[in-house]
Design a protein around this ligand. Structure first.
Ligand SMILES: [Zn+2]
Length: 204
């Protein structure tokens, strides 16, 4: 009887374990590779249009889409998480577009700060409530080598989320993970399938 109808939590655990087994084979997990702690090197922009460089960007996009397919979560990925030690991140925007960010340089950060529980594809199922500036400004190159500036400071859910994801991904370029900002007792283990439905940005 119990076997056929497990309590929702147990069913969820089983389901998530199955997912974890699928994605851990393509995204490095904490404790699995020391690569996650290494600094990434700048992308050589002169070679950006080469087939091998464009392939790396394509891989990164596909990894993010694959992760989302398996888990329904995941807003950004950075090269180091799949063994590419170059300064490339891909972010999935609220408009369902993939934004490629190469060699970002942060030029300004907000004084206002928010606390928000962050998940990392490399540290699932740990959720770390991290305090970060409400927004950042940065310069970067897109996948065509065009120089761009990000300076959207809108205090909307979209603005808060994107500014948060960028900061999380850029930390990966330095070998820093979300858990580094928290004490052990502040970490949360994801056990609620609806966790992110109630997650909010808290001003601190
Ligand atoms: Zn991450």
């Amino acid at each position: 009887m119990r076997k056929n109808n497990p309590p929702p939590f147990r069913a969820f655990k089983k389901f998530r374990l199955k997912q974890a087994l699928q994605f851990s084979s393509f995204i490095y997990q904490l404790g699995e590779s020391s690569l996650l702690r290494q600094k990434s090197t700048p992308v050589n922009l002169i070679a950006l249009k080469t087939v091998s460089q464009q392939k790396k960007i394509e891989h990164l996009k596909n990894y993010l889409l694959r992760y989302r397919e398996i888990t329904g979560q995941g807003r950004g990925i950075t090269g180091v998480q799949v063994g590419i030690l170059e300064r490339i991140s891909v972010v999935f925007t609220p408009e369902n577009e993939l934004l490629v960010i190469i060699n970002p340089v942060i030029t300004k950060t907000a004084n206002k700060k928010y606390k928000y529980p962050e998940m990392c594809m490399s540290a699932w199922p740990i959720i770390a409530p991290v305090i970060r500036p409400a927004w950042i400004e940065f310069e970067y190159f897109d996948e065509n080598g065009q120089q761009k500036i990000w300076n959207e400071k809108s205090d909307t859910e979209r603005g808060r989320m994107l500014n948060r994801v960028f900061q999380h991904e850029f930390d990966h370029l330095e070998g820093v993970l979300n858990i580094d900002y928290c004490k052990g007792e502040d970490l949360i283990l994801e056990s609620d399938p609806d966790f992110y439905k109630t997650a909010t940005f808290q001003e601190v």
